[in-house]
Ligand binder design. Structure first.
Ligand code: DHB
Ligand code: FE
Length: 286
C-alpha cells in the first residue's frame, strides 16, 4: 500500500515568483519567508516522496466565475502553468500521476463527495509556487495531483466539509495499491484581504491560533462558518481551508504528527505568510 509521509503548508503569492526570478531570496523583505524552506527540503531529500497531492485554489485561470466547481481533481498526465504577471517565471509543466488521480476521484465519489474530474487542467501560482519553493533547482522531481477547492465564488464549502474531504483523501492514499510515497501540500492563506473596505486586513492572533491547531487540535477551525472565517482571516484568508484539507488527510492516516518546521512572517504583499511541515509519526512503522 502507498505511504503518506506527511504534509506541508505554505502561503502562495504571485510576487514570490517574481522574487525567485530576481534572486531576491536573501533580501530582508523576503528572507524570513524563504528561510522556511531549507529544513523542509532536507526532509524531502531524505524521505523522497514520489507524488504530492496539492490542495490549492484556482484564482480564475482554469475555472472562471461562469463555471466554478466546489471540488475538482486533476487527472491529467501533465499540468501547464500560466503566467499571471508580476514577473513569475514560466515553469516547465508539472508531471501528473493519473493512476492516483483516478483512484482519488473514485474513492471520493464513493464517499459521496461530488468531484469534477479534469483530464485537462492549467494550474496557477497557487499550485506551481509551492513546488518551486520545495524544489528550486531544475524540474520538479515529484508528480502532482492538484485538488482544487473553491474559495473564489460563494457559496464556498464549509470548513467541516473541507476537513472531511481531506480525511477522505488521506484514507484513499493509504488504501492505494502502490509502493509510492505520497505527501500532501496545502497552498493558501494565512490571513489576507486584497479588496474592499478591509483591504490589507491581517489577523496575527487568529493566524497563530490556527497554526497551533494544526499541530495539536486539527479540527479547531471547523467550528467556524465561512462568514466567521472571512471575518477572522479576510476574504482571501479563507484560503486557509487548504490547510484544513491537508491536516484532515494526515489525521486519517495516523493519530500523531511531528512538527518539522513552522514559521510565520508578515506581510508579504498583502498577506500574512506561514510555512509548516508535519511528519506523520505512524508512517514509518506501517
Ligand atoms: C496575494 C495573495 C494571494 O493569495 C493571491 O492569490 C494573490 C495575491 C497578495 O497578497 O498579493
Ligand atoms: Fe491566493
Amino acid at each position: 500500500m502507498a505511504t503518506l509521509i506527511g504534509g506541508i503548508g505554505t502561503s502562495h503569492i504571485p510576487a514570490i515568483g517574481g522574487a525567485i526570478a530576481r534572486g531576491q531570496q536573501q533580501e530582508p523583505y523576503w528572507k524570513p519567508f524563504f528561510d522556511g524552506f531549507p529544513p523542509i527540503r532536507d526532509w524531502l531529500a531524505t524521505t523522497r516522496p514520489d507524488v504530492m497531492v496539492v490542495f490549492y485554489n484556482d484564482h480564475g485561470l482554469n475555472f472562471f466565475l461562469d463555471k466554478m466547481p466546489t471540488f475538482a481533481i486533476g487527472a491529467a498526465p501533465e499540468y501547464r502553468n500560466a503566467d499571471e504577471g508580476w514577473g513569475i517565471p514560466t515553469l516547465a509543466p508539472l508531471q501528473g500521476d493519473p493512476e492516483l488521480s483516478w483512484h482519488l476521484v473514485n474513492a471520493l465519489v464513493e464517499q459521496e463527495f461530488d468531484i469534477v474530474s479534469c483530464q485537462e487542467m492549467q494550474v496557477d501560482h497557487a499550485c506551481s509556487l509551492p513546488l518551486k519553493l520545495l524544489y528550486p533547482d531544475g524540474d520538479c522531481p515529484v508528480a502532482v495531483v492538484p485538488v482544487c477547492i473553491n474559495t473564489v465564488q460563494f457559496p464556498l464549502p464549509k470548513a467541516r466539509r473541507v476537513y472531511a474531504l481531506g480525511k477522505a483523501v488521506g484514507e484513499a492514499i493509504r488504501a492505494w495499491d502502490s509502493s509510492k510515497k505520497v505527501a500532501v501540500v496545502a497552498s493558501g492563506g494565512l490571513s489576507h484581504q486584497l479588496d474592499g473596505e478591509r483591504a490589507g486586513f491581517i489577523n496575527k492572533a487568529f493566524d497563530l491560533q490556527f497554526l497551533d491547531s494544526m499541530e495539536s487540535n486539527p479540527e479547531w477551525a471547523t467550528q467556524f462558518s465561512i462568514h466567521e472565517l472571512v471575518e477572522k482571516a479576510g476574504t482571501q484568508g479563507v484560503e486557509l481551508l487548504m490547510w484544513l484539507a491537508m491536516r484532515g488527510a494526515l489525521a486519517a492516516a495516523g493519530p500523531r504528527v511531528r512538527k518539522l518546521h513552522r514559521s510565520y512572517h508578515l506581510p508579504i504583499s498583502n498577506t500574512a505568510t506561514a510555512v509548516m511541515a508535519l511528519e506523520l509519526v505512524q508512517a514509518a512503522s506501517r
